[in-house]
Design a protein around this ligand. Structure first.
Ligand SMILES: CCCCC/C=C\C/C=C\C/C=C/C(=O)SCCNC(=O)CCNC(=O)[C@H](O)C(C)(C)COP(=O)(O)OP(=O)(O)OC[C@H]1O[C@@H](n2cnc3c(N)ncnc32)[C@H](O)[C@@H]1OP(=O)(O)O
Length: 280
């Protein structure tokens, strides 16, 4: 808390610096006038989150923090998919060293995004199942385009959404709705998501979403950044601390879980069903 306070106080005195962290999987551009960064996920066809994409995103978030970013818009280069969630191939017959690196990077990406000192908006311009929904939930505000689906559907895949996935959803829609959403593994339509507060606004186009995102950032023009950041930390800090404390324990449990032959069989069948879908 104290460190964050010092960091946010520094925002008041330091001028904004420009920098570039664009990589092949995450394009980063900075609006010179507003200082707002846009990170666009660009791993076709569905922005599934593999180790390389997560590493780029994690580094981008670290750089934005270091450079006292004014804000971040997280979006997708696809017109139909925000992110298909974790890359299932990272969990199918995994090389355990890579798997551990993958999961550690996912944890760190969440810590950086959920706990960022700068304001964050997800422009959800396509489907956002599971890990895709987690990325959106980790932002402070979600603007979604119509006719897509979003949710933590892990139970439908025979998996359990980790506690910090659940905490991110609880932070947005409360305990009751989170329990219902998680046990059913529901994927919500955009309108259903709006109704329960899983997204904050529904729009018809990406341009409209970007305009609304600008309005969200404008709200902070007259709010001292340190007050904003400390308030966010007071609300989200406990969730982050809970993961920080249990990171290793979670890794041990996941290692055992992922090596279960029944789970591997289920993942294999799920991958097959996704492929079959394409052949129809
Ligand atoms: C302490 C104990 C804790 C226990 C915790 C245990 C485990 C960890 C827990 C879980 C966390 C898991 C989180 C996840 O994110 S799992 C991933 C879940 N994601 C999904 O279920 C989405 C699957 N995809 C879709 O539904 C669709 O693809 C889409 C996103 C709606 C897009 O549809 P569209 O029609 O546009 O595309 P296609 O379906 O034709 O797909 C194109 C192409 O992409 C491949 N693909 C899709 N999704 C993924 C993915 N997530 N990973 C890898 N690959 C994916 C698909 O197979 C097609 O490939 P092809 O080779 O056929 O072109």
């Amino acid at each position: 808390m104290a460190l964050r306070a010092v960091r946010s106080l520094a925002i008041l005195s330091n001028p904004l610096r420009t920098y570039s962290t664009s990589g092949p999987l995450v394009n980063v551009s900075i609006n010179e006038k507003t200082g707002i960064a846009t990170a666009t996920l660009q791993r076709p066809p569905v922005n599934s989150l593999n180790l390389e994409l997560l590493t780029e995103l994690c580094t981008t978030l670290e750089q934005l923090e270091k450079n006292k970013s004014r804000g971040l818009i997280l979006t997708s280069s696809s017109n139909t998919v925000f992110s298909a969630g974790l890359d299932i191939y990272e969990m199918y017959k995994p090389n355990m060293d890579r798997y551990k690196q993958f999961w550690t990077t996912l944890q760190q990406t969440w810590i950086n995004l959920y706990g960022s000192s700068y304001p964050t908006v997800a422009v959800v311009n396509g489907h956002a199942p599971a890990g895709g929904c987690l990325l959106a939930l980790s932002c402070e505000y979600r603007i979604m385009l119509n006719n897509f689906t979003i949710g933590l559907n892990e139970t439908k895949l025979g998996m359990i959404a980790p506690t910090w996935f659940a905490a991110s959803m609880r932070n947005a829609i409360g305990t009751r709705q989170t329990e219902l959403a998680l046990i059913t593994g529901n994927l919500f339509t955009t309108d259903e998501a709006l109704k329960i507060g899983l997204v904050d606004e529904v729009v018809q186009s990406k341009n409209e979403a970007l305009e609304k995102a600008g309005k969200f950032f404008d709200k902070f023009k007259r709010i001292p950044p340190h007050a904003r950041t400390m308030t966010k930390t007071s609300l989200r800090g406990a969730d982050i601390q809970a993961l920080v404390k249990s990171r290793n324990e979670e890794m041990n449990k996941l290692t055992a879980f992922i090596n279960d032959p029944k789970l591997q069989e289920a993942i294999g069948m799920y991958l097959e069903s996704l492929k079959q879908k394409q052949n129809k």
